[in-house]
Design a protein around this ligand. Structure first.
Ligand code: ZN
Length: 501
């Protein structure tokens, strides 16, 4: 076989494996949206079988060998082929290095550890979860050591799974800089006299009207309903690829924020998937580049667009018409303050866009020390509570509202948390660069002209696929190294008038 043929047959097999992944994705979506409770046992078996098939095919010796041949002859490949080979090989190299018995052991332990975490959180009893977490740390360190590249630290390898090229040192530099600027900013905000916020959670927000209004917003920003749909689930998420991208939302009848901003958030993820290059579907060049960049898209539409004054200047009259009782006598500025409050709080997923990042910095510092060996599992609650006090001036009343609140560690996701803050940072930096390229973005938003921003993102982010590592992608799109600068400028400019700073 010539090199061209080897490439074609390798990429065809990779696409078939990708289709298996799509089928698994649909099974998972169905589980969250439609499945009756008694379906769980069969569904777990179906999903495990799919994962086994995918793992078996991607680590198949023939497939791995073809990749090796292509890599050895990469100078003879064209540029697109070389990117696809590089990216597929990067993932496959890691997968084949982990011994099968370790993969199975991690999978078995994850099931037990998740169960133990659910119980421990319910009873706010960290002690009952600690042995499971200790074992998880041990297993994940073994896995990272097996698959890590030369010269990487264990935590580098873990980060690479979620944000390629973003190692421990670079992440620490960025997040420590962010922390250094955010802590004094947040203290200034918290020391200021609180602005007047209308008591809108005491009013009724009919769910059907929330849904209709949210659907209108996401249609306006560019969500393609011919290539996507929106449903209800307990935990909002986005799944699928170009042609069939699905988002979910949850609704509360005493608060419109989770559904409105949740729909904008998940639509930001969806717009990324709907915007990839159709010529490269199911290959790295037609896939999103990283979790951090994905989160930058969701955060941009949710926060920089959706919580802006320009946005509510144009949509507030419609919102008032949709919720005449809830918004009776409430001026637009009051509603804008209602959706833009900074408060030290206990729970990450309920945090505002400024304090949210300190919840992430705290998790990053703790998991890095845990993996590096300088922090013992038994000392986690104390370390957590001390940092909550230091960064957010919050006393943690119990572990359920502290160290036990997130699912990630119980499932072995170490190195995942930093991508949330990188996403926030990238979102502000990309939005700033888009504004420089397009001109007055707030004026465009106020006229409901979202296409220029979306087209800029398509060109500079979505259609790039995995051509560049995430940091490089952001640098090329914005002309600057990723940093906390743009996010801090944005937060200052937005919250100074609200809090009279
Ligand atoms: Zn998200």
């Amino acid at each position: 076989m010539g090199l061209g043929e080897i490439y074609e047959s390798m990429i065809e097999e990779f696409k078939r494996i990708g289709r298996l992944g799509q089928i698994a994705g649909l099974l998972h979506w169905d589980q969250q949206v439609n499945m009756p409770p008694k379906g769980i046992e069969a569904r777990s078996e179906q999903l495990a079988m799919m994962q086994g098939m995918i793992h078996g095919r991607i680590t198949d010796p023939k497939f791995v060998e073809a990749l090796g041949e292509l890599d050895a002859a990469k100078d003879k490949l064209d540029e697109d082929q070389a990117v696809n080979v590089r990216e597929i090989k990067h993932e496959v190299d890691k997968l084949v290095k982990v011994p099968r018995d370790l993969v199975e052991e991690i999978s078995r332990h994850t099931a037990k550890s998740s169960g133990a975490w659910v119980e421990a959180r319910k009873n706010s009893d960290f002690g009952s979860f600690a042995p499971y977490l200790e074992r998880m740390v041990e297993l994940k360190i073994r896995e990272a050591k097996a698959k890590g590249a030369e010269g990487e630290s264990v935590y580098d390898t873990m980060l690479d799974d979620f944000e390629k090229g973003m190692n421990e040192q670079k992440t620490a530099e960025i997040l420590e800089d962010l922390r250094g600027r955010l802590v004094p900013f947040i203290h200034r905000v918290l020391d200021a006299p609180p602005p007047e916020v209308p008591p809108l959670t005491e009013r009724k927000w009919p769910i059907q009207a929330q849904r209709e209004f949210g659907l209108k917003l996401i249609r306006d920003i560019g969500f393609d309903f011919e290539g996507g749909r929106q449903d209800i689930s307990a935990h909002p998420f986005c799944t699928g690829e170009l042609g069939d991208v699905r988002i979910t939302t949850r609704f509360y009848d005493n608060d419109p924020r989770p559904s409105l901003f949740g729909m904008l958030h998940e639509s930001g993820h969806a717009l990324y998937e709907q915007g990839v290059d159709p010529a490269h579907l199911l290959t790295p060049l037609g896939s999103s580049v990283s979790l951090g960049v994905h989160e930058s898209q969701s955060r941009m539409w949710e926060n920089l667009v959706g919580r802006s004054l320009a946005f509510w200047k144009t949509y507030y009259p419609d919102l008032q018409a949709a919720f005449p009782e809830a918004l009776d006598g409430v001026p637009m500025e009051g509603f804008h303050r209602f959706v833009n409050q900074i408060k030290g709080s206990l729970i990450r997923v309920e945090a505002d866009e400024a304090t949210y990042n300190l919840h992430i910095v705290l998790r990053f510092e703790i998991e890095r020390d845990l993996i590096g060996g300088s922090l013992a599992v038994s000392d986690l609650p104390a370390a957590w509570n001390a940092k909550m006090k230091e960064y957010l001036d919050v006393e943690v009343p119990d572990d359920a509202q502290g160290v036990l609140q997130d699912v990630h560690w119980s499932e072995g996701y170490f190195g995942y948390f930093p991508t949330y803050s990188l996403g926030n940072l990238f979102s502000a930096q990309l939005f700033e660069a888009a504004g420089e390229a397009i001109g007055d973005l707030p004026a465009k938003i106020e006229h409901r002209e979202f296409a220029p921003l979306l087209e800029w993102l398509r060109e500079n982010v979505h259609r790039k696929g995995k051509r560049h590592d995430p940091r490089e992608l952001v640098r090329l799109a914005t002309g600057r190294e990723p940093s906390a600068e743009a996010l801090m400028n944005y937060l200052e400019a937005k919250f100074a008038p609200i809090y009279g700073l």
